[in-house]
Ligand binder design. Structure first.
Ligand code: HEC
Length: 399
């Protein structure tokens, strides 16, 4: 797999994780906010209704109410609430455990909350009930009896006649005291519409963020490729070219001054250095070959195992072989008694020196036709970084 592909994959994975996390948090946040807003609205409606009722109860006289029953605080508040919430998903009721109007009978949920209010000083209660598309926010605000309410909700005897007539003595809706829980405003809001709105928002967000994400991945991939990978590929191509051609002379061009630029510069320096050394070695090899070619004596250069690697014209004549034939041959084959030379080379390696090296000795050489020659031989050694090479200079003894 190419590095670009790997990097793009890694970055994509990281970004996708980030993206999903962000979308999820944003969804949760939106949901939280929407719920808070809904609760706030329900609270405002409920408070408004309580205020209306309190106000009416404190200003309207029983005589006025008797003349116009639409002024009964409960009746007026119910109508106002209906107007207030018309066309909105908010549904408002006013419920009481000791109701006068069966329409105001609490459902089981409201009953439970009213019981809860009765036992404690809770100022409000809300909860999301149901699941999925049937999720509903239920909000209840308790209503307590004020002094003014007792005109109709106090004792039976206190109540105006029209109330007494509708609700006979012993009806549970009498005998409240100031501060008693008398009922609650109950607001319900289905949340499905809200949920849909949130999902719509999230979907738009995902499309937008997804596009940005995609662009980000593409731009990052392109930048990484351009800034890092393309120069690296160029360097590796350069190295490959050098490795296959052995030509150190063409430097790789430096495009930047960053780490990669430095790498290229160092590589070019290394190549230049190598080139110089190779040239020097070739020159000295050349010089050596020319030198031994004009020498008057046969000269051969051998590896420790006796293999001939360099030979001059005089050596060709001595052994009776052309240079091509001679190179690669083992010198010991041409010696009547190779033992002293073999020993001398072995001593050089084991003891670091040998009697044989540097001193002239008499040897018998056998040429390719089997003729024997007496020669004087002097061996010298040259140590390269890799291995030792031995050069033998021979001189035929004429008898
Ligand atoms: C003028 C008389 C009068 C006054 C004052 C009055 N109410 Fe009522 N109230 C009634 C009547 C009558 C009903 C029944 C209305 C109906 O038939 O829907 C009622 C109904 C209610 C209900 C609905 C439950 C039920 O019994 O059906 C609540 C809650 C309530 N009143 C609370 C209050 C509070 C709180 C106050 C004081 C702020 C108050 N009322 C002041 C006459 C009164």
């Amino acid at each position: 797999m190419r590095i670009t592909t790997k990097l793009t994959l890694i970055i994509s994975c990281l970004l996708i994780v980030l993206f999903i996390t962000l979308a999820w948090t944003s969804y949760r946040h939106d949901q939280q906010m929407a719920l808070q807003e809904t609760v706030g609205k329900a609270r405002a409606i409920a408070r408004q209704i309580i205020e209306t009722r309190d106000y009416l109860s404190s200003v309207v006289t029983t005589a006025q109410v008797e003349q116009n029953p639409a002024l009964i605080p409960q009746v007026a508040a119910t109508r106002i609430a209906r107007r207030l919430t018309q066309g909105s998903p908010y549904y408002v009721r006013q419920v009481s455990l000791r109701y006068r109007n069966p329409q105001n009978r609490p459902d089981s949920y409201e009953q439970a909350v009213l019981q809860q209010f009765k036992g404690s000083q809770v100022s409000e209660q809300f909860k999301v009930v149901g699941t999925g598309d049937h999720e509903t926010l239920r909000y209840l605000l308790p209503m307590v009896a004020a002094q003014s309410c007792l005109a109709c909700h106090g004792t039976f005897e206190q109540a105006p006649r029209f109330v007494q007539q509708r609700f006979p003595k012993g009806h549970p809706s009498y005998n409240y005291h100031p501060g008693d829980l008398i009922g609650a405003i109950s607001v319900s809001v289905p949340l499905s519409g809200l949920q849909q709105a949130i999902m719509r928002g999230i979907r738009q967000e995902i499309v937008l963020e997804g596009t940005i994400l995609l662009l980000l991945v593409l731009v990052t991939g392109w930048l990484i490729n351009r800034i890092i990978l393309a120069p690296v590929a160029k360097v590796s191509e350069g190295i490959e070219a050098v490795a296959t051609s052995g030509n150190f002379t063409s430097p790789i061009s430096v495009a930047s001054h960053d780490e990669i630029g430095r790498l290229v510069t160092s590589f070019n320096d290394l190549m230049a250095e190598l080139e110089q050394r190779t040239r020097q070695r070739r020159e000295s090899d050349e010089r050596y070959r020319n030198f031994i070619e004009i020498a008057q004596s046969p000269i051969v250069t051998l590896l420790p195992n006796g293999k001939i690697v360099i030979a001059n014209q005089k050596a060709e004549k001595l052994f009776g072989l052309s240079k091509e034939e001679l190179l690669g041959q083992c010198i010991f084959e041409f010696m009547a008694d190779p033992q002293p030379l073999q020993q001398g080379i072995a001593d050089y390696f084991s003891a670091g020196g040998s009697q044989m090296i540097g001193t002239t000795s008499r040897q018998t050489i056998r040429d390719i036709c089997g003729r024997l020659f007496e020669v004087e031989m002097v061996v010298s050694v040259s140590q390269t970084e890799k291995e030792a090479m031995f050069t033998a200079i021979l001189r035929a003894i004429k008898d």
